[in-house]
Write a protein that binds this ligand. Structure first.
Ligand SMILES: [Fe+2]
Ligand SMILES: [Fe+2]
Ligand SMILES: [Fe+2]
Length: 278
């Protein structure tokens, strides 16, 4: 199999990981603080690591990591149904990895996919266990139906955070500047925290967190990437600031200001990197 063929298969795997991350996080947030939710989060983190390894392997082969999200299995009436969907999603992944391991002849890639497959097999068992646990303990869907301006603002925040997580991760794969790579990875991790805080806050106030993203910058030169990052950070710092001044809820205000301050810090980091690039 030629390089392009392998890259196409790895991108299919990467898209599957992306879908799994969002499906599992959506389920974890929708369950609130429960025990199952806490046990799902490390599984979502495993999938993030898989996505990262696949992207690096694609770059090493001279390819471009896909930004598409693979098929998700959403829906279901109860937490047990969601966990069944997660079992099925793991089965989709396991079947795909087995097939790719069979047809890819590059030993290094084969080894990587075997490594990932062993995690998916373990996750499959974990989710089967969560189906039983959800049935026994009656784990609940804690999402509410509140859709006022506060919830809309928080969901706007999630949309922004998800967008920049993707943007900084994919830029970090493409940039040839090692310091920029490190900073993009670090800031992406910080944006993941923001996404989690916003989702938890929405659950707290009886809303429904929606994990969708908008257009991701696709620059190929590091200086252009950084310019796009600075622009988006400045815009959102201002938006979080505005949202903080509009709310009467002291906890929400504090949360929004904390995120705003992080975004101001991100702008400064990216500005320093840009100065060195120019
Ligand atoms: Fe995975
Ligand atoms: Fe953020
Ligand atoms: Fe930021």
């Amino acid at each position: 199999m030629d390089k392009d063929g392998i890259i196409a298969l790895l991108n299919q795997d990467l898209e599957g990981e992306h879908g799994a991350i969002i499906q599992y996080l959506t389920h974890a947030y929708a369950m609130g603080e429960g025990e199952i939710a806490c046990e799902i989060e490390p599984l979502a983190r495993d999938e993030m690591r898989h996505l990262d390894w696949l992207a690096e392997a694609i770059i090493e082969l001279g390819g471009v990591p896909s930004l598409e999200r693979g098929k998700m299995r959403m829906g279901g009436e109860s937490v047990a149904d969601w966990m069944r969907n997660d079992v099925l999603l793991e089965e989709d992944g396991i079947n795909l990895y087995r097939e790719h391991i069979k047809i890819i002849d590059n030993p290094k890639i084969k080894r990587l996919l075997q490594r990932i497959l062993s995690d998916e097999e373990s996750h499959h068992g974990d989710f089967e266990h969560f189906v039983n646990k959800a049935q026994k303990e009656g784990a609940k869907d804690v999402r509410g139906s509140r859709t006022d301006k506060v919830v809309q603002t928080l969901n706007w925040g999630i949309e922004h955070e998800y967008t920049v997580i993707l943007q900084y991760m994919f830029q970090s794969y493409k940039t040839t500047n090692p310091e920029a790579k490190k900073q993009m990875e670090d800031q992406a991790v910080n944006e993941m925290q923001h996404l989690g805080w916003l989702a938890e806050k929405i659950i707290d106030i009886n809303g429904d967190p929606r994990i969708e993203h908008t257009e991701v910058d696709r620059s190929t030169r590091t200086a252009d990437m950084l310019r796009a990052d600075i622009k988006i950070e400045q815009e959102v710092a201002a938006a979080y600031d505005r949202a903080a001044s509009e709310t009467e809820d002291p906890d929400l205000k504090q949360l929004l200001l904390r995120i705003r301050d992080h975004e101001i810090y991100h702008t400064a980091i990216f500005n320093d990197l840009l100065k060195e690039e120019e």
